[in-house]
Ligand binder design. Structure first.
Ligand code: AVJ
Length: 322
């Protein structure tokens, strides 16, 4: 326990050092999710501007039967694997329906966070006493490799919530190529993509009127202050969100409001900021159908079907290996 948290801390420190020493400066959004960050993300999902969660939930609840049929889930026992399971709200709609069809499957949530897995397992055990659950903690690919040696059943892998959006295009392709490598030909992959739409709709989702998204970004500075002994003054930074309609990328920045120096004890270093210099915090990539098809093909899959919400804001895309 001691050594694994120490290792994690080193990685965090290393990444902060690398990001703040770069030009332009950046920090990785994967570090947003400490306890407070996870709480703020729950708040974001409830914001009127943050349409993503609502759209995906609409797809899952309105087209449960169609999704079930597209999975070909009735044919044989299978494993329903979820990468980065979160709080399981959308998945519970599927699980509920699947259980009522009287088919044999095991739900396998994979997450890096032990707490997230415990929380989800507790919730699902209460909600679905008959559900078979097998958790796998760790890095997605390693966890999938480990799991592969425990089960030879067909795998249906869920990667929901537009989590893929936090990868740039090249990174997304690398990710799916690695995923393909641990899948068999009859396995399936079900992915949530946020679609390109009115740029104003997208921008408001990342620049909400209650400034929850700003707090979500700022929280990473607080985390660096706490865990690495830094002296970031939050008032001297300002959250700025942008959406670029040509590359389809929403990006978040924390802008240094003035010339300032920040020191980080754990790194034994100081960092200079120019007035209005940005720290690039997060990318949330938006897709169109051609991009999704190209990405599938380039990583060894073909698109078997797409499910949309009523506004065509979002798609859950079903991929099969080719
Ligand atoms: C959890 C990555 C899907 O990019 O929309 C929400 C995170 N960032 N508001 C997203 C997030 C700012 C979210 N994902």
């Amino acid at each position: 326990m001691q050594s694994s948290s120490a290792t994690q801390q080193n990685t965090f420190a290393d990444d902060v050092l690398r990001g703040l020493s770069s030009d332009p400066k950046f920090l990785s959004s994967k570090y947003f999710y400490d306890d407070e960050g996870s709480r703020l993300f729950q708040e974001i999902m409830k914001l009127p501007e943050y349409y993503l969660t609502k759209s995906e939930f609409e797809i899952f609840s309105g087209q449960t039967k169609e999704i079930y049929e597209a999975f070909g889930a009735s044919s044989a026992e299978f494993d329903l694997i979820e990468l980065g399971a979160g709080d399981g709200t959308k998945t519970s709609v599927l699980v509920d329906y699947f259980l009522k069809q009287d088919i044999a499957f095991t739900y396998v949530p994979i997450d890096i966070s032990e707490e997230a897995l415990n929380f989800l397992t507790e919730k699902f055990r209460t909600q679905f006493p008959n559900l078979l659950i097998q958790t796998e903690r760790g890095d997605y690919f390693r966890a999938l490799e480990t799991f592969k040696s425990k089960s030879d059943k067909r795998k249906i892998i869920l990667f929901l919530g537009s989590n893929i959006g936090n990868f740039g295009k090249a990174q997304a392709q690398d990710f799916f190529v690695s995923l393909r490598a641990v899948m068999n030909d009859d396995d399936l992959l079900f992915i949530g993509f946020d679609l390109q739409k009115d740029p104003r709709t997208i921008l408001s989702a990342y620049d909400d009127s209650q400034n929850v998204t700003a707090a979500f970004n700022m929280n990473l500075l607080t985390r660096i202050n706490r865990e690495l002994g830094a002296n970031f003054i939050l008032e001297d930074f300002s959250h700025y969100a942008s959406y670029h309609p040509i590359d389809g990328a929403a990006r978040s920045f924390l802008m240094s409001r003035k010339v300032q120096t920040v020191s980080i004890e754990a790194l034994n270093k100081t960092f200079e900021f120019a007035a209005w210099e940005p720290i690039f915090m997060e990318i949330s990539q938006k897709y169109n159908l051609k991009m999704i098809e190209d990405l599938a093909r380039a990583s060894g899959f073909e698109v078997a079907g797409n499910f949309y919400d009523n506004k065509n804001f979002y798609t859950n895309s079903l991929w099969k290996p080719n």
